[in-house]
Design a protein around this ligand. Sequence first.
Ligand code: HXC
Ligand code: NAP
Length: 292
Amino acid sequence: MEKYQEKMFKNNELQGKTILVTGGGTGLGKSMAHYYLELGANVIIASRKKEVIDEAVAELKKSTGKSNIVGYECDVRDYLNVEKVIEQGIETFGEINGLVNNAAGNFVSPTERLSNKAFDVITDIVLKGSYNCSLALGKYWIEKKIKGTVLNIVTTYSWTGSGYVVPSACAKAGVLALTRSLASEWAKYGIRTNAIAPGPFPTQGAFSRLFPENLAKLIDPLKRIPLKRFGDHQELTNLAAYLMSDFSAYINGEVITIDAGEWIYNAGEFNSFDNIPSAMWDEVEKHVRGKK
Ligand code: HXC
Ligand code: NAP
């Protein structure tokens, strides 16, 4: 096992926290929920598909041996539904003091092929879902004087934008703005807001919609990553645990990229010179020096 696959924190480091993870029944959300539970937090997972949530709760209870997790059917686009989940969570655990805005929708498509409804569905899940949960919990935290923590899951194209995932890029850019804006405005209440921008981490949800099998011959996502590997869920959950914990008390309004250097690698003008064989560099140098 590599070091980055190991669990970073001592047991019970998140005891006393109750964390709502949206979209916590699958993929990265489920991995974060798993580690939070292992670290002693109470966990609430919520998403649209009740059977997926119920199955995940049973699986997480079994794999951690802990029972302090509940799952609720919730569409984060519906503010009243979000408020109901928060009420139920508070009833179960006494309070909620952490939120991971992880729920998302996405798929690759040329923009001109999208219907307006397809654009709406992605931006509503990602941006409206994130502000609905942040607003509902923020109001409750401010009223109850709870120093809550928000962790938003964005992407590296939140800054750069990206073709073929335009609704997602617009929405994630909005979530990035939400992160920095609330970090400034709600710091006075002791509420911290940060984000993680992951590169590719294998999950069924993302990879089936973004790197479909029939594109594999044309596009190899590994080629874009200078470390030539995908992310391991534990390295992301270690970061998510740190940002949710009080060890990161002085970090606010920050977005931490965890992508093996993928996005700067592909932005750097000359990084494709990696493809030049080392034996060729003597010849290249001769030509370059010759220009003096
Ligand atoms: C064009 C599409 C489409 C596609 C759906 N639509 N898929 N249009 N190409 N591939 C259109 C539909 O035709 C419809 O418009 C509208 O979108 C809504 O589709 P529905 O299927 O009715 O919506 P719904 O059942 O709510 O499903 C939502 C979804 C789906 C977003 C389309 O993919 C989903 O449930 N996703 C959740 C999980 C997910 O996406 N995970 C990936 C996250 S990865 P019309 O007009 O026809 O009615 C990520 C970042 C990864 O976010 C970055 C990696 C580096
Ligand atoms: P995933 O497994 O598909 O997770 C998305 C989750 O969102 C699902 O559990 C889904 O559950 C939930 N969801 C979708 N619409 C919802 C709604 N309206 N209300 C409530 N929940 C909803 O994909 P993932 O890869 O783990 O993605 C998790 C997060 O990481 C996302 O924010 C994604 O943008 C981000 N990310 C992932 C990668 C990657 O490489 N995997 C890279 C960068 C960023 P239901 O279908 O049951 O609702």
